[in-house]
Design a protein around this ligand. Structure first.
Ligand code: CA
Length: 495
């Protein structure tokens, strides 16, 4: 008998065994990384070779939104697959309730036999799961833990669960690459599928790049985007200019020190790129790369001077959109450099990860599995997504509805100096959001369509809100004049 006759049935058996094997899952999340900070997203002034490779190996998502563009709420949504008003978790509203955490993807995957690991900025506490039954991070719900409190520290030595990496990697970003390598090795030894989640601190402020990469952008200058600066803000709402995002254009040097600020920002992202490379190298080394799905994203975008704003929070593209690349080596679509303009959100991560692990998506989750998009980049899994901000000054709190082509925001707040305002952007024709169509008579049918979608999104909110989010129902209601609303002023905590 020829050797090939023996090999074919053998290979078939191996193939079946591989297909039945649960894939390993790696979820990597930067903090405040703008989508245009990556080469493959069209920026030829940055160096992101590993992110570019991941995108080419997998699929690049061009219409991916964080449904709340701020750290704590966005992370709560990524863990649970639910909108912020259902997680009840954000700086001004409280930490996560244990019954909500119990339905998060890390808990469900561990229950399903996965080795689970987390490192970096967890971003919230869970009530009752900290030391002595107080609030704290659910460290004991993970097999391997490298998470740290609050915002975490750039100095590795100051993150207690990561201190063992401090000597070799004194700056935290690469320490997370080393942590990832250790998890991959340990899971291999334990012969278990693993789910590794890493939340990098970078490139969040205070801008603290790893000095070993000082040469990467030394003396470089950067092209300002076409919507850069205050001259592109006249058509935007007065409400959006009451918060720190407006002040930070000047405070953070986007106005007069743009090149240096961006060089520092990109240098921080460069280190994440190196850490991503470390993790992918280890997957190859351990022989598990072919069965490991990698998701790379950010918890929110970053305005970087667009329209004269800095920071995040606002519903503008640079803030609300984030990079997303998914590489499933088992997918026939991998390696083709495919892009998708399907509308996706961070509510989709938990459902996607559960589906990858062969689990059902619980009914409480608002998101959908992204695997349908990986199979067909033209698949539309959402007709619309809600985007919200419930953090910071009262006027900046608002609800937005996004479709593939349109974005509508209702700025409900009014006082003696400003009236409620609407934004309507045709993203399909105006991705830089330079023309507000809300008062354009020709756009009236689009405006009506989006108002209806907004009202429906608010209805869903009111029907499903976790305490204390029900209070926003009447505030965000378009049919109630602002004079009849009970408005309390908040300024937002320093985060
Ligand atoms: Ca963030």
């Amino acid at each position: 008998m020829k050797l090939t006759h023996l090999l074919i049935p053998l290979l078939t058996l191996v193939g079946i065994a591989t297909a039945n094997e649960k894939p390993n899952i790696i979820y990597l999340m930067a903090d405040d990384q703008n989508f245009s900070s990556i080469g493959i997203y069209g920026n030829d002034e940055v160096q992101t070779p590993n992110m570019d490779k991941l995108g080419k190996d997998g699929m690049i998502f061009d219409k991916h939104y964080n449904t709340t563009a701020i750290c704590m709420a966005s992370r709560a949504t990524a863990f649970t697959g639910m909108y912020e008003y259902k997680t009840g978790t954000n700086f001004e509203h409280g930490h996560m309730k244990p019954e909500i955490w119990a339905k998060s993807y890390p808990v469900l995957l561990r229950e399903a036999g996965y080795l689970t690991a987390f490192a970096g900025k967890f971003g919230m506490d869970v009530y009752g799961l900290g030391p002595n039954g107080k609030q704290g991070m659910p460290e004991s719900d993970f097999d391997i833990w490298g998470g740290s409190k609050g915002q975490t520290q750039y100095k590795t030595a100051r993150n207690p669960s990561m201190a063992k990496y401090a000597k070799k990697y004194p700056h935290s970003t690469l320490s997370y690459g080393a942590f990832g390598q250790d998890v991959i090795r340990q899971a291999k030894e334990a012969n278990k599928p693993f789910c590794l989640s890493i939340s990098f601190k970078a490139p969040h402020k205070p801008a603290t790049p790893d000095p070993q990469f000082d040469h990467i952008y030394k003396g470089k200058t950067f092209t300002r985007p076409a919507n850069y600066g205050r001259e592109h803000a006249d058509h935007l709402s007065p409400q959006s200019k009451t918060g720190r995002q407006w002040e930070r254009f000047e405070q953070w040097g986007y106005d007069d020190d743009y090149d240096k600020v961006m060089a520092t920002y990109y240098q921080q992202i460069y280190a994440i790129d190196v850490a991503l490379g470390m993790i992918r190298d280890e997957l190859e080394k351990q022989g598990v790369a072919d069965n490991t799905v990698i998701i790379y994203t950010s918890d929110n975008g970053f305005l970087c001077g667009a329209h004269g704003y800095g920071s995040k929070v606002l519903p503008l593209e640079e803030s609300a959109r984030a990079p997303l690349m998914i590489y499933d080596p088992r997918s026939p679509n991998s390696g083709k450099g495919l892009r998708t303009s399907s509308l996706t959100g961070n509510i989709d991560f938990a459902p996607t990860i559960l589906t990858l692990a062969g689990l059902e998506i619980p009914e409480n989750m608002d998101g959908k599995s992204l695997l349908a998009v990986l199979q067909d980049p033209k698949a539309e899994i959402h007709k619309e997504l809600a985007f919200m901000n419930l953090y910071g000054t009262t006027p900046t709190k608002h609800l937005t509805v996004i479709t593939k082509d349109l974005k509508y925001s209702y700025w409900w707040y009014g006082d003696k100096t400003m009236e409620p305002t609407e934004d309507l952007f045709h993203l399909g024709k105006d991705s830089l959001e330079l023309t507000n169509l809300a008062k354009n008579p020709e756009a009236a049918p689009m405006l009506e369509e989006m108002r209806k979608k907004y009202d429906n999104a608010l209805k869903h909110w009111v029907a499903n809100a976790e305490e204390p989010y029900e209070k926003y129902g009447p505030l965000f209601d378009r049919s109630i004049p602002w004079q009849e609303k009970e408005i309390k002023q908040t300024k937002g905590k320093k985060k």
